[in-house]
Design a protein. Structure first.
Length: 178
């Protein structure tokens, strides 16, 4: 069993990103992983924006990142870029914070034109934080997400999450349950 950290850049609990992450969490939990959800909007604003690494909540976040075998980073796409929430959190991390971890970037947006944000905006940001094992990301149109992920979308999303889970399971040094 691996420890997975899901980072949510969702602006609200009902937003498409949050809905997608409920599905991602269910799939990963169903595969036997220990899943922790980090909702960036719930972090103390002043501590987050001032990079107060002494704040107990921020210290806890750093510990979650350190302990994770895999990290899912999900963001809505606005004007072909990830959310400021994701940027604020990743700015806190050391340059090597994601080194040795498998990372899955996920995004959702209003048009297929936002798809480029995965490879041209989010992936470079993750690499700048030490990620060397970034699995292919997945993009979902907002129109396909309501109170749940549409059946036509869930197949592709679930496949991306399973690829990620397989990459985490193949990670050297991961203890496997007997």
């Amino acid at each position: 069993m691996a420890t997975i950290l899901i980072v949510s850049g969702s602006p609200s609990p009902q937003a498409p990103t949050a809905v997608l992450l409920r599905r991602v969490s269910d799939v990963l939990t169903g595969l036997g992983h220990e899943v922790h959800l980090l909702v960036v909007r719930d972090l103390p604003t002043v501590a987050l924006l001032s990079a107060d690494l002494l704040d107990p909540t921020i210290r806890n976040v750093m510990d979650l990142v350190d302990r994770a075998d895999g990290v899912v980073v999900a963001s809505p796409v606005y004007r072909a870029a990830y959310s400021g929430l994701v940027q604020s959190l990743l700015n806190l991390l050391a340059r090597t914070a994601l080194s040795g971890k498998v990372v899955l970037p996920l995004a959702n947006g209003g048009s297929q034109g936002h798809l480029v944000a995965l490879d041209y905006a989010l992936r470079p940001l993750l690499i700048a934080r030490g990620a060397t094992d970034v699995v292919p990301g997945h993009f979902v149109l907002d129109a396909d997400v309501h109170d749940e992920v549409a059946t036509t979308v869930s197949g592709g999303l679930d496949a991306a999450v399973r690829r990620f889970a397989n990459a985490v399971a193949e990670r050297p040094g991961l203890a496997t349950a007997s």
